[in-house]
Design a protein around this ligand. Structure first.
Ligand SMILES: Nc1ncnc2c1ncn2[C@@H]1O[C@H](COP(=O)(O)OP(=O)(O)O)[C@@H](O)[C@H]1O
Ligand SMILES: O=C(O)C1=C[C@@H](OP(=O)(O)O)[C@@H](O)[C@H](O)C1
Ligand SMILES: [Mg+2]
Length: 202
């Protein structure tokens, strides 16, 4: 057993929940895997664990941007506005999406720019992690580092953003994964075989 994997529950946990976590897997290609979806879909969380399972490098676009700029996403929004953030996001996505064999978690709005959608579609396998607005809200309600949700009615904002973005997520997706209320380990157990079976179009 590989104890560097974060997904291994204690033995009694695995028994209690009636499942074993995956111990490691590979994909039949080294195309990057891109995760897209709304804030709260689980891109960062699932992406990190998925990369560990697959023995791949993990890049979270927002974290990479924060590391390079030396400030949080919220401060980039404050200083440069959403437009400034989007320009940085596009430049970084262009760079990172060319790295083979990575798992890349995008930010929820990375599908807004047509050129970003092209990078994603042309350069890797794109998984749209989907969840209902209620579930998304439940997951992000207490988070203060999502500037687009710092409004009097964040739930309504999430719903509006989802309505606007849904066709864009769908347009780039190689496939759609409904997380529903599935816990993260179960998402991984289901997602890995789907990725392994996914036919790569060339
Ligand atoms: N399938 C899931 N079930 C329950 N909670 C989840 C799930 N996926 C993510 N979360 C939680 O939701 C929050 C947001 O997840 P995150 O990975 O930051 O989403 P994203 O990067 O898509 O915005 C985190 O607290 C995370 O632990
Ligand atoms: O949906 C969006 O426009 C955004 C989502 C965030 O990432 P997550 O989807 O990882 O929360 C982050 O990129 C920024 O706050 C903007
Ligand atoms: Mg994220």
């Amino acid at each position: 057993m590989n104890d560097s994997l974060p997904l291994e529950p204690a033995a009694e946990d695995a028994g209690r929940h009636g499942h074993q976590e995956p111990e490691g897997a590979t994909l039949p290609h080294d195309l990057p895997v891109f995760l897209v979806g709304m804030m709260g879909a689980g891109k960062t969380t699932i992406g990190r664990s998925l990369a560990r399972l697959l023995g791949r490098e993990f890049v979270d676009l927002d974290h990479e941007l924060e590391a390079r700029c030396g400030v949080r996403v919220a401060l980039i929004f404050e200083i440069e506005g959403e437009d400034g953030f989007r320009k940085r996001e596009t430049a970084l996505l262009d760079e990172c999406s060319q790295r083979s064999g990575i798992v890349l978690a995008t930010g929820g709005g990375a599908i807004l720019a047509p050129e970003n959608r092209r990078f994603l579609k042309d350069r890797g396998v794109v998984v749209y992690l989907r969840a209902s607005p209620q579930e998304l809200y439940r997951r992000v309600a207490r988070d203060r580092n999502r500037p687009l949700l710092q409004t009097p009615d964040p739930q309504a904002r999430l719903q509006a953003l989802l309505a606007e973005r849904e066709p864009l997520y769908e347009s780039v997706a190689s496939f759609i994964f409904e997380t529903g209320t599935m816990p993260v380990p179960q998402v991984l157990r289901t997602l890995v075989p789907l990725l392994q079976q996914h036919e790569v179009q060339s």
